[in-house]
Structures are given as structure tokens and as C-alpha cells.
Design a protein around this ligand. Structure first.
Ligand code: URA
Length: 235
């Protein structure tokens, strides 16, 4: 059993204080009857509706964010805006980013309160692919591409694992790596005598950054996206 206000907040319908207000205003029904008590205990099988819409009890919540540059991948920061600050209008308690993108990197970031899935996605053993669009200071040669693909020395104990590297018609690098080492893409480009001038993550495992998700916007993952992510780490 769970408190009604917690269920509504966990389902992402608003912050705890916002959902208490919805309940007090009579916008919430439990099994067809208006319930004005936020502390009312409900079970998973109870039918809870907010403004006539059914609300499921989702223990785990998953969001994708189109991270802009200038925002830090953290849950709190004394100086900078964080990725969590961009998840407006939902209850962000226990939601954390899965891995990190640098402050000047933009693109796809997954956030969830499902610690087990996050752990598996980040585990070095699982080799979940991440694809980046990279603009470099200087053009890349075939030799550079082969070196990035084979593995380069970035100053760690081991060279990078094999990756996929190809150029788009306008000379941008599409680099798919299976690890997530600190500043990995930037260090890989440095290893071939170049510099990253713009970096964007396009995919993470089976998850793709949708073209219609504007910079700074987020949305919950669909059921299908959630299932595909679980599949990515089931191997
Ligand atoms: N590699 C980097 O260097 N930076 C990122 O933000 C992500 C991958």
C-alpha cells in the first residue's frame, strides 16, 4: 500500500505539494469516488484517476532529455544549472542521470530512479553503444578513422576498445563507442592529434534522440523504449 499523494507524485503528475492540492480540490478519484485525503492508502490494483485520466503506479520512471550546452550533469550544483533543473513539472525525487555528459556536450541523456537499470547500462562489462556526432578542429584522415576504430592510447592503463568511426558527407565524425571513460571522445580525438569543437550524443543503447525533441526538452520514455533498454542489458 502507498499514500495517494506519493502514488500521484511518483507517477510524475506533479510535485508532492502540487498533487496534495489536486487532491484537496477534488480532482482525484479512487475507485470511482472523489478522495480528498492525501494520506489515503491505495494498493496497486486500485483505480486512481486525476482529472478523469487513469494514473498508473509507476515505481520506476524513465525520461530522456535533450541536454543543452552549459548545463551540468548533476542532481545539484551551487553554481550551474543542472539537468534535473530542466525536468520541470514532475517530481524529481530519486531521479538521477545515467552516466554524464560534459557541460559543453549536448544531446541524449537518460534519467531514471531505476538504479539497477542505470548500473547495468553503465557497467563496463556490458558494452552498451553510445553514438556521438563530433565536429573537429581539423579534418580527419582515413588513418585517423582507422586508429579510432582500432583503439587509441588515451593515457589510461588500456587503450580504448574497438569503436566505429565514419564521416558524414559534410565531414562530421560519427563515433560509436562501447565504453564510457572520463572525457573519452575528447581524449580519443586528442590521441589522433585533433580537438573536439562540438559534441552531441545521438544514441545510448537502443535509445535514439528524437528529431522533434527540442534542445532543453524532455519526455518520459515510451513502454517500448523501456523494454528495449531492458533488452540492451539482458545480454
Ligand atoms: N566523451 C566526452 O569527451 N564528453 C562527453 O560529454 C561524452 C563523451
Amino acid at each position: 500500500m502507498i499514500r495517494l499523494d506519493k502514488l500521484l507524485a511518483d507517477a510524475g503528475t506533479g510535485t508532492r505539494s502540487q498533487v496534495k492540492e489536486y487532491i484537496r480540490r477534488g480532482q482525484v478519484m479512487v475507485n470511482g469516488a472523489v478522495c480528498k485525503k492525501p494520506e489515503q492508502k491505495v494498493a496497486e490494483e486500485d483505480l486512481v484517476c486525476l482529472n478523469g485520466q487513469m494514473v498508473g503506479y509507476a515505481r520506476f520512471r524513465y525520461y530522456m532529455l535533450h541536454k543543452p550546452q552549459g548545463v551540468v550533469t548533476a542532481t545539484e550544483d551551487s553554481r550551474d544549472r543542472t539537468v534535473l533543473d530542466l525536468l520541470t513539472g514532475i517530481n524529481t525525487a530519486h531521479i538521477s542521470p545515467v552516466g554524464r555528459l560534459d557541460k559543453d556536450t549536448e544531446g541524449l541523456l537518460l534519467l531514471t530512479n531505476d538504479g539497477e537499470l542505470a548500473h547495468r547500462l553503465l557497467s563496463p562489462k556490458r558494452h552498451v553503444d553510445k553514438c556521438y556526432l563530433v565536429r573537429t578542429e581539423k579534418p580527419l584522415s582515413e588513418t585517423d578513422l582507422r586508429a579510432l576504430e582500432t583503439g587509441v592510447d588515451i593515457g589510461d592503463e588500456k587503450s580504448t576498445l574497438p569503436a566505429k568511426a565514419c564521416l558524414s558527407p559534410d565531414g562530421e565524425l560519427l563515433l560509436t563507442i562501447r565504453e564510457g571513460r572520463y572525457h573519452q571522445v575528447k581524449r580519443m580525438l586528442q590521441a589522433v592529434g585533433n580537438q573536439v569543437v562540438y559534441l552531441k550524443r545521438l544514441s545510448f543503447g537502443s535509445l535514439r534522440l528524437p528529431e522533434d525533441l527540442e534542445i532543453g526538452q524532455f519526455r518520459p520514455l515510451t513502454k517500448e523504449e523501456q523494454e528495449r533498454l531492458q533488452h540492451d542489458v539482458a545480454k
